[in-house]
Write a protein that binds this ligand. Structure first.
Ligand code: PEP
Ligand code: MG
Length: 591
């Protein structure tokens, strides 16, 4: 909407990446539609006209919904804008013209609509009357909404065009768009939808950009140019903050600065509990550019290298050579610490446009990760060969994502053996003893952990997916975010099963999902016996701070009590109490 809100307004969503920022808002409007003309056969003309009417109805519904939500705070000029949009949407002259183009020219609805609405916009833009000229902008705004609905566009903004510091606000941001954000210009971002462990949220953490998701209709209610304060600790966005609010945040910033000093002190200290239990604390990365942050925060290597971001946002697949260079350089920079490379995990919410994969009804349950790789052996082999070659030059380990049973593990290992045989024949060096592990992120894998443990060198628990699949809660859907409970007894039991199976078979188990970077949950995971925690570099200082303040014996008692409880909220409350008791400074800057 093109009207600005008056006075302070507070929006609450889901905090996904820590930090506070303030600045001018840039609302991502999906205006860059690629409208292509398609000729229709006679039998498709009537359904196409109906599709157009449906898109209009859907647009009407969306505008009315926004109008309803913001009516309490709307000035009359803002209300006029909604009304004007609704009126334009009802305009039979425009509608009939579009229907006529569809029927007479036998073309698709978006082409017909775009042609007609652009003609109107051009006329309006060229009239003398200022009021009418302004209506051209409204019509463009409206057309954009209709085209969004016709084209089912989710995320078409060219993010690289952002060249001034701003807080980005949009309905949604895809992981591939988020990966392109330039932190010099993007102070923070806020979206209407999304969940705590979506890949968009994970990338925000890696990029160290404060972010809040799940803000419902924020992007519709504010305008570019509005002034906002975004609090990524509490999941709050405040539009037009008052002086009092800015003062409060100024005070909180001072508290945060004094905590930062304490955190810097532990950065290069070992991650050891007060009673001497050492925890391997490593970093999650998505790109080679993340390596300096890994070093800065004193991580003991990389516990999860999400390699799919090497495949996203480029014109073609990366070659074996391209990948080999990246893996080798990351490993060299972190020597002698290990770098665990996770093989390609495409699918779910991460797609590569140039692969042209068909849309699926349930992408998270579909052709994702190891399933996709085993079906594309040539693509997979290029990555496996790259990892093997790099293993000759650094401390590299490899793990497969989304293993659901032994067969997939065996098939993947068979491909590795083939690649090894080829490399031997080609006299190309690699580490014959490369450690291979699996991610435990599907409940079936946790339940057969004992069998899997006999075939691998380590487990890395992918809690983001393990929670999603165990509780049947979409990790990226804010509507069910309240059901996404890391302390659900079912999750704790699966973690315990996995860790115990690992230890019984003489291997180690880590956690590399988002809970592995949550200081509140760190004592619980350590008490459950987890050997390694891996998280975004930016949260490692807090993790180390709390690890160095707890006792392993107390963490074990906490875990035992948690395993006796049937209540996720009770377990979470106990964890919070223990964390606040042992490391109060970590919680002082939360407003
Ligand atoms: C996980 O599922 O916890 C995990 C670490 O993998 P990803 O978030 O990339 O799915
Ligand atoms: Mg996963």
């Amino acid at each position: 909407m093109s009207g600005q809100l008056k006075g302070e307004k507070v929006y609450r969503g889901i905090a996904v990446s820590a930090g506070v920022c303030r600045g001018k808002v840039l609302v991502l409007r999906l205006t860059r539609h690629v409208v292509v003309r398609h000729d229709l056969t006679e039998d498709l003309v009537a359904p196409e006209a109906r599709r157009f009417e449906h898109a209009l109805a859907r647009t009407r519904q969306q505008i009315t919904e926004v109008q309803r939500r913001v009516s309490a705070t709307m000035s009359s000029s803002e209300a006029d804008i909604f009304d004007a949009h609704l009126l334009m949407l009802e305009d039979r002259v425009l509608i009939e013209e579009v229907l006529k183009i569809i029927r007479e020219q036998k073309v698709n609805a978006e082409f017909a609509f775009h042609t007609a609405s652009e003609r109107y916009v051009t006329v309006l833009e060229n009239v003398e009357d200022e009021y009418l000229r302004e209506r051209a902008a409204d019509l463009r705004d409206l057309s954009s909404r209709v085209l969004d609905n016709l084209l089912e566009v989710k995320d078409a903004f060219n993010i690289r065009s952002v060249r001034e510091p701003c807080i980005l606000v949009g309905h949604d941001l895809s992981p591939s768009t988020t990966a392109q954000l330039d932190r010099k210009f993007v102070l923070g971002f806020a979206t209407d939808i999304g969940g705590k462990t979506s890949h968009t949220a994970i990338l925000a953490q890696s990029l160290d950009i404060p972010a809040v998701v799940g803000l419902k209709s924020l992007s519709d209610e504010i305008a570019s140019g509005d002034y906002a304060l975004l609090d990524g600790y509490t999941g709050t966005v405040i539009i037009n903050p008052t002086d009092q609010t800015l003062f409060t945040y100024g005070q909180l910033a001072k508290v945060r600065a004094s905590l930062e000093e304490k955190l810097v002190e532990v950065q290069h200290q070992p991650a050891v509990t007060l009673d001497g239990k050492a925890i391997h604390l490593s970093a999650n990365i998505e790109a080679q550019d993340d390596v300096p942050a890994v070093l800065e925060h004193g991580a003991e290597g990389v516990g999860l290298f999400r390699t799919e971001f090497l495949y996203i946002n480029r014109e073609s697949l990366p070659s074996e050579e391209d990948q080999y260079k990246v893996y080798r350089e990351v490993a060299a920079a972190l020597q002698p610490n290990p770098v665990i490379i996770r093989t390609l995990d495409l699918g779910g919410d991460k797609f590569v446009s140039h692969l042209q994969l068909a849309q699926e009804m349930n992408p998270f349950l579909g052709w994702r990760a190891i399933r996709f790789c085993l079906a594309q052996p040539e693509l997979f082999r290029a990555q496996l060969r790259a990892i093997l070659r790099a293993s000759a030059e650094g401390n590299i380990k490899m793990m497969y994502p989304m293993i659901s049973g032994l067969d997939e593990l065996n098939q993947a290992n068979a491909l590795v053996e083939q690649c090894k045989a080829e490399l031997r024949a080609e006299k190309i060096p690699f580490d014959e003893n490369l450690d291979i592990g699996v991610m435990v992120e599907i409940p079936s894998a946790a339940l057969i952990a004992n069998a899997l443990a006999k075939k691998v060198k380590f487990f890395s628990i992918g809690s983001n997916d393990l929670i999603q699949y165990t509780l049947a809660v979409d990790r990226g859907n804010e509507k069910v975010a309240h059901l996404y409970e890391p302390t659900h007894p079912a999750i704790l039991r699966l973690i315990k099963l996995t860790v115990d199976a690992a230890h019984a078979n003489g291997i180690w188990a880590g956690v590399c999902g988002q809970i592995g970077g949550d200081p509140v949950l760190a004592p619980l995971l350590i008490g459950l016996g987890v050997d390694e925690l891996s998280a975004a570099p930016g949260v490692l200082d807090e993790m180390k701070y709390i690890i160095r303040r707890i006792k392993f014996s107390e963490a074990q008692a906490l875990a035992e009590a948690a395993l006796q409880s049937d209540s996720p909220s009770e377990i979470y409350a106990r964890c919070t109490e223990y964390a606040r008791q042992t490391a109060p400074s970590l919680f002082e800057n939360r407003s």
